[in-house]
Ligand binder design. Sequence first.
Ligand code: NI
Length: 206
Amino acid sequence: MPVTDAKTWLAIAALLVVGAPGTRADDEPPDQITAAEMMDDLMYGHGTVGGPFTLNDEAGNQRSDSDFRGKLMIVYFGYTFCPDVCPADLMAITQALDALGAAADGIQPIFITIDPERDSKVLGEYLGAFHKSFVGLTGAPEEIRKVANAYKAFYAKLPPAKNGEYAIDHTGIIYLMGRHGEYLGFMPPQTDAEKLVEVLRKYLAE
Ligand code: NI
């Protein structure tokens, strides 16, 4: 995969060693792909990454991947309560799009919530803090799981605190999809805006 390099593999491999056994909530869905499967598909190009989806945007309108043909898609799975990784990555994407100026019109950034129960009502407001072109997508938990599985995105709810709040263990991978919806590659969490610009410019020019 062209976007990634050896150093990135290591970062992802480290990332996939998430949570020791026993740290997961008991209600972890059985349809979660294993970290090993995900690593295989993302790192070695086995299997497919991405594919068709239909979810709802902040305004409740149905949106499909096919709506965004002709643009590069940046796809990010996260949740609005995420304390650090999601906001940092969304900010880096925002800064990269700002830096690209008018060329950013050729890119559609998409945030798919992995926490629809809490996020569906606040998605629009949350994304208001980031680049104006962001589309936020939500849906039924099982629909989102299906899309995440297709992207080999891992997430699992952690056991809730006493006040009922919970965090979600998840991979903050920045996926880059081509103008026909094809998978181009991924950038690891905490890729800085400068590196994003470099990669995006390359694909915009193709
Ligand atoms: Ni996050």
